[in-house]
Design a protein around this ligand. Sequence first.
Ligand code: ATP
Length: 232
Amino acid sequence: MLKLENIVSRYGRIEVLHGVSLNVNAGEIVTLVGSNGAGKTTLLRVISGVQPRAAGEITFEGKSIARMPPHARVAAGIAQVPEGRQVFAPLSIEDNLRLGAWTRSDDVAREIDDIYAMFPILKEKRALPAGALSGGQQQMLAMGRALMSKPKLLLLDEPSMGLAPLLIDQIMRAIVSLRERGVTLLLVEQNVTAALEIADRAYVIETGKIVLDGEARTLAKDDRVRAAYLGI
Ligand code: ATP
């Protein structure tokens, strides 16, 4: 579904991605793990088009999207849930969801109901400003907002960041349920344990390069991964 080939990206003169290749097949949960500053966020931003790529090719469903502006990539079926949620704090929860539907002209009410079914707490609080939600609830809202564009591929940037273990569990379960609804997921995580538990495959990125990839189950047992990321 998504294929990256030799992606290079820079901030000014500093190259932070040095030729990254990876692919995500339809229906998969793929996780990209790595420590702070490895380039995970940059890679997601290159996929959604908000960060330029200096070299390399990106294809989505067989077509090059490398030159498409971000809004066209959303219309093509790629949505990103940014790091740190970035909900519109003064707007109501329901208005935040509606904003996610800007690519669509059809009736969005059913979609909103679907999202409320997945995250009942959002329905309960739908008239409140998004800023009144807890961190975990804001993460649910950010995911809900991205889902309003009916993406085929959802890019999630550190959804577990700053959340208590119980909430991390809830978010991970929501990700699995999205896959069951036919959404393909690329998940960036520093919480390697949680990510490897739900993913089919994983890529490990270190200072802008993929150093390891394979089935998540296998990587969870890999000595290098265990030593570097699981503290074992
Ligand atoms: P984190 O988990 O901390 O977000 P990450 O793996 O997502 O880490 P990136 O945010 O992609 O890493 O950062 C990769 C490298 O690019 C880091 O060295 C970072 O300092 C640098 N970087 C990120 N954003 C910018 C920017 N706007 N300008 C300059 N350098 C940047």
